[in-house]
Design a protein around this ligand. Structure first.
Ligand SMILES: *[C@@H]1O[C@H](CO)[C@@H](O)[C@H](O)[C@H]1NC(C)=O
Ligand SMILES: *[C@@H]1O[C@H](CO)[C@@H](O)[C@H](O)[C@H]1NC(C)=O
Ligand SMILES: *[C@@H]1O[C@H](CO)[C@@H](O)[C@H](O)[C@H]1NC(C)=O
Ligand SMILES: *[C@@H]1O[C@H](CO)[C@@H](O)[C@H](O)[C@H]1NC(C)=O
Length: 641
């Protein structure tokens, strides 16, 4: 070893010691693997210790799950559980003057000698009720996920211990409580008062509130795992695509990799740089933007006040009034006209992050069908006359505030997702019949054209707005796409860089050999269209069903992300004037989308240089109206008559 390498080594040692001491400076943090007998680390190298030391109740049971769901990202802390058949308490030492994150991990699986469907219980942290008559099993089933993480942010109590109490329900015979993992993380006070949207003179005090994290989204970006969170708070940030309402997905924006986020006075623990370096905006077409809203929808429990925290950072523009937009929460104006949102005006400059908190009360009269929907909408401000007619969001968090020390809501009702999955075969068959009827009765298949134009348009918009989409050619799924893919903090929906379960439930995954077989190994004679993304082949699946197969060209820019977005989007679109997406193939390095086949070709073929019978004016008018209806649906998500 020469002198240089030795110096280098000692320097490296020095820095790693420094790193270790920094990451350990937060000595209060604790992760308990309940029911485990020894300490162990999860794949993120987080250390989980046994829970016995903190358990104040003697003679509790522990159990090991008999089945490991393939969607479990880690066996720790999920494969072991602490079981309570009577009220039981944990006592965890904390600094009483600090706010704390509390995460509860539940894996409602088969445990020897217990029927998980009998498990109903309540959980309290100090005197705050977190869960009541809670069934982890019903909740997970409704969300089609195997496990669940609930996260709470508890206000300082001035007590130097956090008491967590599990109480089996006395309304259900044989009821028991269980818990797989408990995390306690000290956090800085990141909350303050928030204006109640629609009531300028009223505020909600989040600073003294106990909160439940409902959603935490890296808008326009990838999932950020807890290990990459800022401030060591180990929060997970999910991609926002599953919450976008209607077909107007907007475009995703991304700052260059070495772009620096300048936090200035804002604590870095507010949100990691990756949240601020990605965003979703409406897109480059200002005229289209002013006539539509970018809309997100969230399901929440009624009769609670919620804090919506919108994170912003401008990384493209640097002047005031280059972008100015209105923000609506539940149809109420949060920022409008004379005080339209202007990120640069708020933050003071390019690369400087900022956030805004809004409060709203959600009762049964609010929102849509179940009275539990919360919407967030944005559209450019015509009033402010900004240089660019666009709106933008970088991150979003939604917290539920406690009402008289209660945060518990009811168990969810069985979700429509499940209904879809059970009924998917019939659902799809119906669609194909509809498409067939239109195809033959209408005589023309303008729809395929329409759908393809639309997808091309989407892509064009995306690439104008984003400067770095990877065009990797990875398969989109691991091996677990039938079972639940991911747990969210909220447990309200599944999300992530994987396809949502909804998409997975609504469309079918084909193997490459099925596709090759159906297209005679992508024979050129089967090509029915060509675009920037690659070729469209006609093909046959299941022996007789004709399909159109869009095969991504390896040289095209369409990356994994785009491919997933397209499936997410198209699988949710069901309209009689649009070609249905039947499925996809992500096998053997190929990415294909499989659509209904319109046997009569494109509208163009019926209009120009054609030997086919001339279309009547009535027929042409019907086609125009049908296409307009399809487009209307794509823009609004609503069918018009
Ligand atoms: C919400 O409050 C209203 C009025 O107090 C009540 O009728 C309703 O049952 C409550 N809903 C839930 C889900 O608790
Ligand atoms: C956007 O949404 C708000 C609130 O729902 C609504 O008042 C407004 O008319 C919408 N704007 C457009 C252009 O659709
Ligand atoms: C918002 O407006 C839409 C369309 O007008 C309506 O369907 C929805 O129920 C409204 N939501 C609320 C919270 O009032
Ligand atoms: C407990 O939850 C179950 C399932 O959601 C529900 O059927 C039952 O009515 C609830 N019991 C109470 C006492 O709220």
């Amino acid at each position: 070893m020469n002198e240089k390498t030795r110096t280098l080594c000692s320097l490296l040692c020095f820095f790693s010691v420094l790193l270790v001491s920094i990451s350990q400076s937060n000595g209060q943090d604790l992760a308990l693997a309940c029911g485990a007998s020894e300490s162990s680390a999860d794949p993120d190298k987080k250390k989980w210790e046994p829970d016995t030391k903190f358990l104040k109740t003697p003679n509790t049971d522990h159990a090991t799950a008999t089945y490991q769901d393939p969607s479990l990202l880690s066996t720790i802390p999920y494969m072991t559980a602490r079981i309570f058949t009577a009220p039981a308490t944990y006592e965890i030492p904390v600094k009483g003057d600090k706010r704390h994150l509390l995460r509860l991990h539940f894996y409602p699986s088969a445990y020897t000698g217990l029927n998980i469907d009998d498990s109903y219980f309540s959980v309290a942290a100090n005197d705050v009720t977190l869960l009541s008559n809670f069934s982890a099993s019903i909740t997970c089933q409704a969300l089609t996920q195997a496990y669940l993480v609930r996260e709470y942010s508890l206000a300082p109590t001035l007590k130097d211990a956090l008491t967590i109490t599990f109480t089996p329900s006395d309304k259900h015979p044989k009821a028991f409580a269980f818990i797989n993992g408990i995390e306690v993380v000290e956090m800085p006070e990141l909350f303050d008062t928030a204006v109640l949207v629609g009531f300028t003179d009223q505020t909600a005090d989040a600073k003294s509130a106990n909160l439940q994290t409902m959603f935490r989204l890296n808008v326009g970006g990838q999932d950020i795992p807890g290990s990459q969170d800022s401030g060591g708070l180990t929060r997970t940030w999910y991609n926002d695509a599953p919450y976008i309402f209607s077909a107007g997905l907007g475009v995703t924006l991304r700052a260059s990799n070495n772009f620096r986020i300048d936090y200035q006075k804002m604590p870095v623990s507010t949100a990691p740089p990756d949240v601020y370096k990605t965003a979703r905006s409406q897109g480059p077409n200002g005229d289209l933007n002013v006539n539509s809203n970018l809309t997100w929808m969230f399901q929440v429990d009624t009769n609670f006040t919620y804090i919506m925290r919108l994170h912003f950072c401008e990384f493209q523009q640097s002047k005031v009034n280059q972008k100015a937009f209105n923000i609506y929460i539940n149809n109420r104006t949060a920022q409008g006209d004379t005080n339209a949102a202007d990120i640069i005006a708020w933050s003071g400059g390019k690369g400087v992050p900022t956030y805004k908190d809004y409060a709203m009360y959600v009762d049964a009269s609010n929102g849509g069908a179940g009275g539990e929907d919360v919407s967030l909408q944005m559209t450019p401000s015509k009033f402010a006359q900004p240089e660019y007619l666009d709106s933008q969001l970088n991150g979003l968090e939604i917290f539920k505030m406690d009402t008289m020390k209660n945060l518990a809501g009811p168990n969810p009702k069985p979700s429509p997702m499940q209904a879809n999955q059970d009924g998917k075969r019939e659902f799809r068959r119906d669609k194909r019949i509809t498409a067939f009827i239109i195809g033959s009765a209408g005589g023309v298949a303008a729809v395929l054209l329409c759908a393809l134009c639309f997808t091309m348009y989407q892509r064009k918009r995306k690439f104008q707005g984003s400067d770095s989409y990877t065009s990797s050619w990875l398969p989109i799924y691991g091996n677990s796409h039938t079972s639940a893919t991911k747990s969210t903090i909220s447990g309200k929906s599944n999300t992530g860089s994987h396809l949502s379960n909804l998409a997975a439930g609504l469309c079918r995954r084909f193997t490459l050999s099925e596709i090759k077989h159906g297209t005679q190994n992508f024979d050129e004679s089967n090509v029915i269209g060509v675009g920037g993304f690659g070729k469209v082949y006609k093909g046959v699946i299941d022996g007789t069903t004709k399909v159109a197969i869009k095969k991504s060209n390896p040289n095209s820019e369409q990356g994994l992300n785009e491919f997933e977005t397209e499936i997410e989007l198209l699988s949710r679109l069901r309209h009689k004037h649009l070609v249905s997406l039947i499925g996809y193939c992500d096998d053997g390095g190929e990415m294909c989308l499989i659509y209904d086949y319109m046997s009569l070709g494109t509208l163009r073929e019926h209009l120009y240089n054609t030997k086919r019978p001339q279309l009547t004016w009535k027929r042409r008018l019907e086609l125009a109206i049908g296409s307009a209806r399809g487009l209307h649906y794509l823009h609004t998500g609503q069918c018009c008559l």
